[in-house]
Design a protein around this ligand. Structure first.
Ligand code: IPE
Ligand code: IPE
Ligand code: MG
Ligand code: MG
Length: 336
């Protein structure tokens, strides 16, 4: 990476350090999550506990809490709303792993691989419904409008992606549209609701919505790079899953953009066909490395990160502003 980009991420703060700033609130969020997993149908808390206790980075609720605090919030609405955001996220994971036929999540077998697709979909529905109950308890129609339209957009993003599986004609613009909807809008909503509960102006809400949106774009580009470059132990998910499914993400788009005729034929054949082998994956990685694709993806993610830093320029509290900026840098640093 060029040195100028390194400077942006040259610090050793971890997500745990940032979480420490709102440690008590995060504990309350976890308590709300636990309380709302309850059901007399024993399989529901069993499965919900299985996925939720496995951890996860909790980055979306963290955003809601940090933004609320960035406006010196003193109430308690941010706790339920952060839990609500994590419920929406967890529900989408339960659905996404069925759609993606994934077998590893958060360092353990996925719910669909242990209990089957039906259970994963239905417990996902339960968690979605709990999220809506939490929104209703909050009694703010604007929050309901933001989070319900976000849930619809996530589904739209996932379905858009499904329609373009194995489609090598997917452009960078199409890809941005897909990841905006399936991922970035939830980051945006998590940030906006943290801002909104402070009676922030529409302008401030827009800035913080954009912060979440740009961070979400960084987050998904990073996730898509890690799908090629990471290892199962640190990722907690199967590496090469996107390629296996024929999902066209930024690394493939960037590799295709520089491919010679022979390589173009490779991508067309390998992505277009029903199944991809380990050998195909090794060849794909080789072409990606030849063209420095991962550095190019880093640069694109870095551009979104810079927009996220700009979005919080007017953040009222300097400590939380720094934490929000560090969250962006840390996300980007996963592929540095
Ligand atoms: C996974 O999100 C889904 C994506 C948007 C890539 P996370 O990477 O935040 O998943 P957990 O919650 O930490 O497991
Ligand atoms: C995540 O996309 C999007 C949602 C969960 C809505 P991915 O399919 O890349 O997420 P992972 O890699 O399975 O976590
Ligand atoms: Mg997936
Ligand atoms: Mg992924």
């Amino acid at each position: 990476m060029p040195q100028s980009q390194k400077i942006l991420i040259a610090f050793d703060r971890t997500i745990a350090d940032i979480s420490d700033l709102v440690k008590d609130d995060l504990n309350c969020v976890n308590q709300v999550i636990l309380n709302n997993m309850h059901s007399d149908v024993a399989l529901i808390p069993q499965v919900a506990h299985y996925i939720i206790a496995a951890g996860g980075k909790r980055i979306r609720p963290l955003i809601t809490l940090l933004v609320a605090k960035a406006f010196n919030y003193t109430g308690n609405r941010h706790i339920n709303l952060a839990a609500c955001v994590e419920f929406i996220h967890t529900a989408t994971l339960l659905h996404d792993d069925v759609v993606d036929t994934s077998d590893q999540r958060r360092g353990q077998p996925t719910v669909n691989s242990v209990w089957g697709n039906e259970t994963s979909v239905l417990v996902g529905d339960f968690l979605f419904s709990r999220a809506f109950q939490l929104m209703v308890q909050d009694q703010d129609l604007t929050v309901l409008e933001i989070l319900s339209s976000t849930s619809a957009q996530i589904a739209e993003g996932e379905i858009h992606q499904l329609m373009r599986l194995q489609d090598i004609t997917l452009t960078k613009h199409d890809y941005y549209e897909i990841i905006k909807f399936k991922t970035a809008v939830l980051f945006a909503a998590a940030s906006q609701v943290g801002c909104l509960i402070n009676q922030a102006s529409p302008e401030q809400q827009k800035q913080f919505y954009n912060y979440g949106y740009h961070l979400g774009m960084v987050f998904q580009i990073v996730d898509d790079v890690l799908d090629y470059r990471s290892n199962q132990d640190s990722l907690g998910k199967t590496v090469g899953q996107d390629f296996k499914e024929g999902k066209v993400t930024l690394p493939i788009i960037m590799a295709l953009g520089q491919a010679d005729l022979e390589q173009q034929a490779f991508w067309q054949q390998v992505i277009g066909c029903e199944k991809r082998t380990q050998q195909d994956f090794a060849q794909a990685l080789d072409y990606m490395n030849q063209h420095n694709v991962f550095a190019l993806c880093y640069d694109i993610a870095d551009q979104f990160a810079k927009l996220a830093y700009q979005d919080i320029q007017d953040c009222p509290n300097v400590i939380y502003k720094q934490a929000l900026a560090d969250l962006v840098s840390l996300t980007l640093a996963r592929i540095a």
